[in-house]
Design a protein around this ligand. Structure first.
Ligand code: S3P
Length: 441
């Protein structure tokens, strides 16, 4: 079967209600917390994508029993010190930066060295951003060229708390340090630039000794050693990052309307909503609820008539970090020049996404000025690609979000597209194309 997809027709007007799969960040965190709990934890709507399955395989290798049923996943945690594994174990984080970085925090006290490997994309990503602060606790690391996977971690039985300044706005770095601190006597203190706070909310829900002082631009997080974690049953809300593709598809389709049910709208994740609203897109939250400290709602989007350019305030960056590629498609159709700055982190993702943004936009006939950490997008409100223009998207390190963004561009702006590596969606959103078909019907 071919691993590419051809799109030769724009999408028509639609009015639909859809549901997207469970949130990836919450799913991976649930697997890790449940693996440390004492007893049986159960999750519903756990995202069954390759990244989350890699997390399940990782905790299984650490000696934790997991049962996957049709509608739920059960993890039999053996307590905070319950991991049990053989010498020279290898954990494969596959494509997942979140799994690779978070799990290292939990391995700082491992009694036997553990290898961490990943796929081609993950092996190009920076791991010194976690190995450096984690080695200050007392763990030791060997990394390829001091930066990359494969790496080996040598845990320590004599961990010391640290003071750590997280200044990238990376929830992966912050969470990795929180996990290591949970294993360490004394007070670890993190001064963290704002980023998604699912780990902190789970700690609070589990009543772990973690306290947070919120300031304007950063949080001060104090963590003490955790003695015991209770079981955690979780009904995981849908992923706003997966929803983003459909939010943009609708925004770009005048007269269309879409409702996405039961989506996690944690304030640290809804940068895309704030940005698109500023650009003139009508988006509403309905049936808002709070669930185990996380906010969720149905999201309603209405196709926009006039899209305005935006000079995007950098304080929105971390809350939209995974959504920028698809947000840029909205800027492509805006009246005026949009400007996004301080977004160098995009080049640290599954592929160098700022570079890919430039390539996709250039294919659309949109002028951009791109630097290593910013992009200016010269929007065209009449953007429409000639039917006979051929666009091929390939060799993008199988970055799922490059695939999905290209597909939304094809359906929104026309042209004849061939987008390679369809299976890239399996890392985060295996039924993406099924939902596209549902909307098209
Ligand atoms: C994630 C944090 C973000 C994000 C990633 C998921 C998480 O990465 O891009 O998709 O679940 O903590 P950074 O922390 O590197 O910004």
């Amino acid at each position: 079967m071919s691993n590419s997809i051809k799109i030769i027709k724009k999408i028509g007007i639609f009015k639909k209600i859809i549901k997207v799969p469970g949130d990836k960040s919450l799913s991976i965190r649930w697997v890790l917390f449940a693996s440390l709990a004492e007893g049986r934890s159960k999750a519903k709507n756990l995202l069954m994508s390759e990244d989350v399955i890699a997390a399940i395989k990782a905790v299984k290798k650490l000696g934790i029993k997991v049962i996957i049923k049709k509608k739920e996943c059960i993890i039999f945690g053996k307590g905070i010190e319950g991991y049990n594994y053989k010498k020279n174990l290898t954990i494969n984080a596959q494509n997942s930066g979140t799994l690779g970085r978070l799990i290292l925090g939990l391995l700082v006290n491992s009694s036997k060295p553990i290898n961490l490997i990943g796929d081609k994309s993950l092996s190009k990503r920076d791991f010194s951003r976690v190995s450096k602060p984690l080695s200050r606790f007392g763990a030791k690391f060997k990394l390829k060229k001091n930066n990359f996977l494969p790496l080996k971690i040598y845990g320590s039985s004599n961990l010391k708390p640290i003071k750590y300044h997280e200044n990238k706005g990376s929830a992966q770095c912050k969470s990795s340090i929180i996990f290591a601190a949970m294993r360490t006597d004394g007070d670890t203190i993190i001064k963290a630039k704002k980023s998604r706070n699912h780990t902190e909310l789970l700690c609070k829900h589990l009543k772990l000794p973690v306290s947070i002082k919120k300031n304007n631009n950063y949080d001060e997080i104090k963590i003490k050693k955790v003695k015991k974690i209770g079981t955690i049953n979780y009904d995981i809300p849908s992923d706003i990052s997966s929803s983003a593709f459909f939010i943009v598809l609708t925004a770009l389709s005048e007269q269309s309307e879409l409702v996405i049910k039961n989506v996690n709208i944690n304030p640290s994740r809804i940068g895309i909503i704030t940005i698109l609203k500023k650009m003139g897109v009508k988006i509403f939250f309905k049936n808002q609820k709070t669930y185990k400290g996380e906010k969720k709602a149905d999201i309603k989007v209405i196709g926009a008539k006039n899209i305005k350019a935006i000079n995007c305030p950098p304080k929105l960056n971390s809350g939209a970090i995974d959504e920028f590629l698809v947000i840029f498609l909205v800027a492509a159709k805006a009246k005026g020049v949009s400007y996004f700055r301080n977004i160098g982190e995009l080049n640290q993702k599954e592929s160098p996404r700022l570079q890919w943004a430039e390539k996709i936009l250039t294919n659309l006939g949109i002028k951009t000025i791109t630097t290593k950490d910013s992009i200016k997008i010269y929007g065209n409100p009449n953007l429409n690609i000639n039917f006979d223009k051929k666009i091929i998207i390939k060799n993008y390190l199988k970055d799922h979000r490059v695939f999905m963004t290209s597909l939304i561009a094809a359906l929104s702006f026309g042209g004849q597209w061939v987008i390679h590596d369809k299976d890239s969606i399996n890392t985060s959103f295996p039924n993406f194309l099924k939902i596209i078909d549902e909307i098209k019907k």
